[in-house]
Ligand binder design. Structure first.
Ligand code: GDP
Ligand code: CA
Length: 328
């Protein structure tokens, strides 16, 4: 069976680990979000691709969910001693090596997709990991300057766009987001293999990744949404919202920016029946099932907390079962 999964960072990576365990013989292609990518210290950092690669390759910091296990921060401390930041973005020594290799290959002219494949030669994630695009796409978030005490805020304040990582990591999504813009997406092309994988898939899965800044960004690459909608195969998603709140992180803040409530139902309706055929909600949200069904998306309530690999594997198995039900 050929499975295509659209993935952000933690939610995508943990789900994928479960999927590999639930469907060991499946041929899995992951289309990873690159809208979170950022250039730091002259290096290209791809947080979501790396979270998937490290999680599936056994190098992830488990408690944190991102970054390397057994990490140290000597380089960061030395940079800080030079007064060179940002200090709010935690790059460890081991992680730095990944970004150095990636940046070196990219300055030699290799596209991100080739570089990602080369990095995966080491990590052997057991899936084919493709960036959504080889082109530069950067998610920006529009905020009020007055909210961050920006001295440039004029009379009545103004708005400015900040890089997604600045909004998420530095500001911890503590101020309202007015818009989320995947800058460059409209000009981007799907990376080699992306549309082919979708066209050849037997099933497409949306893990419980962020619907706006992870999956939404991948769907903003021209051609990807259409390819999924037209593939004629079941498309099944799992809600990242459980009991009207994100399981981890601040997804509610970016959902608000696109006018979507932080509920399992609203997220399903946001994707819509033109894209989604099936949607798993957590058992605490079982009451939402009839309304989602009415919206033309087959829904089922099952436990959706990825407390360990076995729990994630059960979720993946449920998603594949729902896919077969909608196919029938
Ligand atoms: P990021 O790029 O690291 O933010 O990761 P993703 O976009 O892949 O996933 C983030 C989303 O995963 C958040 O909105 C969380 O609510 C969701 N999430 C994290 N852990 C779980 C879990 O155990 N169960 C469910 N249902 N969602 C989860
Ligand atoms: Ca991310």
């Amino acid at each position: 069976m050929r499975i295509v999964v659209l993935a952000g960072g933690i939610g995508g990576a943990r789900f994928l680990r479960g999927l590999k365990s639930a469907a060991p013989d499946a041929d899995i292609t992951v289309i990873g979000n690159t809208g979170d990518d950022i250039h730091l210290f002259g290096l290209k950092v791809c947080p979501d691709l790396d979270t998937v690669m490290y999680t599936l390759g056994g190098g992830i910091n488990e408690e944190q969910g991102w970054g390397r296990a057994g990490e140290s921060f000597t380089v960061k401390e030395e940079l800080a001693a030079y007064g060179v930041g940002p200090e709010w973005f935690g790059l460890g020594d081991r992680d730095f090596a990944t970004h150095i290799v990636r940046s070196q290959m990219m300055s030699a002219g290799y596209p991100l997709s080739t570089v990602t494949e080369a990095l995966c030669d080491r990590w052997k994630p057991g899936v084919r990991l493709l960036p959504m695009t080889d082109d530069r796409v950067e998610t920006h978030v529009l905020i009020d300057t007055a909210d961050i005490g920006d001295p440039a805020a004029g009379e009545g304040g103004g708005r400015k766009a900040v890089h997604f990582q600045e909004y998420w990591v530095r500001l911890r999504a503590s101020v309202p987001a007015h818009a989320v813009v995947p800058v460059g997406a409209d000009q981007s092309k799907p990376a080699p293999g992306v549309l082919e994988a979708i066209a050849e898939a037997d099933v497409v899965l949306f893990p419980p990744s962020n619907p706006v800044v992870s999956i939404g960004t991948i769907l903003a690459v021209p051609g990807v949404r259409e390819a999924i909608a037209d593939a004629g195969v079941p498309v099944v998603g799992l809600s990242p919202i459980v009991g009207d709140a994100p399981v981890r992180g601040m997804a509610d803040k970016v959902l608000a920016a696109v006018g979507v409530e932080a509920t399992a139902t609203a997220v399903a309706e946001h994707y819509g029946s033109g894209l989604l055929d099936g949607w798993l909600v957590d058992t605490v949200d079982a009451a939402a099932v009839p309304r989602i069904d009415t919206a033309g998306i087959r829904s089922k309530a099952v436990p959706l907390m990825m407390t360990d690999v076995e729990a994630a594997a059960r979720m993946a198995a449920e998603a594949l079962t729902l896919a077969e039900e909608v196919r029938a």
